[in-house]
Design a protein around this ligand. Structure first.
Ligand code: PLP
Length: 393
């Protein structure tokens, strides 16, 4: 644990290793590109001018700091104090914008003129299209055909913002295939294009860099708790886990506290719960695979969580016991979305509702003892999921 806290404040060991996870498993042709990104990020992260520009955009454009909203009625019903970190209130409607603005500023600093991205739920694609428009960079987004159908609204938003959306027809036609295709494309245009990855995964330095850009969530939440909770730090910190960026950013603010860190995966996409060590998209982590090591398909009602891998830092936090990973299934996620809407007037993303579903269950079965304080990151708002929910009702 000490080792991780020390690594966390600077950078992971070696080639981006979190214990046995992480690393850089890419074709020879992409090694210089990853090294260029690593060098540029290390320099930028140490440069106060870069931080000042990022901070400025996060406050005047994104709307940070986001509030920590007490869920008053749910808290009373559950016998706990539930505080919601409101990433759903950011410009473009999810935490993805924090990371994307950081990477887009980095791309511009590196002299790149174009951003490439993959997207599942579309939120990362929308965030990248937004940052491209803001900073005058071209944007190409790869998206699985199935997700294009599920997330029509976000596809239209990306196009409105001037991005090119490339449908991916391979495999399960979801995020895994979109990511593979985006990597393949990057190899061919690496000189003038920057690969803007949407979660805390991929080859080094992406898991480290994305977590650093997302740690603003946890750092803000920690400072906001200090003024609000008698114990200053909460008993539980809960976030949903797809690739793991919102959870990694949230946990980063609380790693050195006694808070119990809980990551909630989709029951059908539980790379930590049901995966085994393996390599996917340039990094080693826990991955869903069959007995022959072939990657198996993940399933979740939320496009943002049906990815068969998970960021390497989470695999490490699970293995060292610093964080615990649990699951929620589609039915309880839909029920949790309705309950949060009715109790608090907040329509959250289906991804975020995984975290809500677990808190509802855990408060009822005593896993979260009465009187506990819980910080839960609402990673995004639910507009994009209304069509899915309408079909179910
Ligand atoms: C609103 C929202 N929350 C969570 C996620 C999952 O990603 P991560 O685990 O990287 O936060 C996504 C991914 O698309 C998302 O759109």
């Amino acid at each position: 644990m000490d080792q991780l806290v020390r690594a966390d404040s600077r950078r992971p060991a070696g080639l981006g290793r979190f214990g046995e996870y992480g690393g850089r498993f890419v074709p020879e042709s992409l090694v210089p590109a990853c090294e260029e990104v690593e060098r540029a990020f290390a320099e930028a992260w140490a440069d106060p001018v870069f931080h000042a520009e990022l901070h400025h955009l996060l406050s005047v454009y994104v709307g940070r700091p986001t509030p920590l909203t007490p869920a008053v009625r749910l808290s009373a019903e559950l016998g706990i104090t539930l505080l919601l970190k409101r990433e759903d209130l950011t410009h473009t409607g999810s935490h993805k914008i924090n990371n994307v603005l950081g990477q887009a500023l980095l791309a511009r600093r590196m002299g790149k003129r174009r951003l490439i991205a993959e997207t599942g739920a579309g939120q990362h694609g929308v965030a990248t299209a937004t940052a491209g428009a803001l900073l005058g960079l071209d944007v190409t987004v790869f998206m699985g055909e199935r997700d294009i159908e599920r997330q029509e609204l976000n596809v239209f938003r990306m196009k409105m913002l001037g991005a090119e959306v490339v449908p991916v027809t391979a495999g399960s036609r979801t995020l895994k295939d979109a990511t593979s295709e985006a990597f393949r494309h990057w190899v061919t245009v690496v000189d003038d294009s920057y690969y803007c990855l949407g979660s805390a995964l991929g080859p080094h330095p992406y898991p480290w860099m994305v977590r650093q850009f997302q740690r603003v969530i946890g750092d803000e939440a920690r400072a906001q708790c200090a003024g609000r909770l008698s114990a200053a730090t909460p008993d539980f910190v809960v976030a949903c886990v797809g690739g793991g960026s919102n959870a990694a950013g949230t946990f980063a603010g609380f790693l050195d506290t006694p808070a119990r860190l809980i990551g909630v995966e989709a029951a059908g996409g539980a790379a930590i719960g049901a995966g085994r060590p393996g390599v996917l998209h340039g990094f080693r982590s826990r991955v869903l695979q069959d007995e022959h090591g072939q990657i198996t398909e993940a399933h979740s009602i939320s496009a943002g969580l049906d990815y068969p891998g998970v960021g390497p830092e989470h695999a490490y936090l699970a293995e060292t016991g610093r964080a615990t990973y649990v699951t929620a299934d589609d039915a309880e996620v839909v029920a949790a979305t309705h309950r949060l809407a009715r109790s608090e007037g907040i329509l959250c993303a289906l991804e975020s509702a995984h975290a809500v579903a677990w808190v509802l269950r855990a408060a009822q079965d005593g896993t979260i003892p009465q009187g506990s304080t819980v910080v839960l990151t609402l990673s995004g708002r639910g507009d994009k999921d209304m069509a899915t929910l309408m079909e179910l009702s």
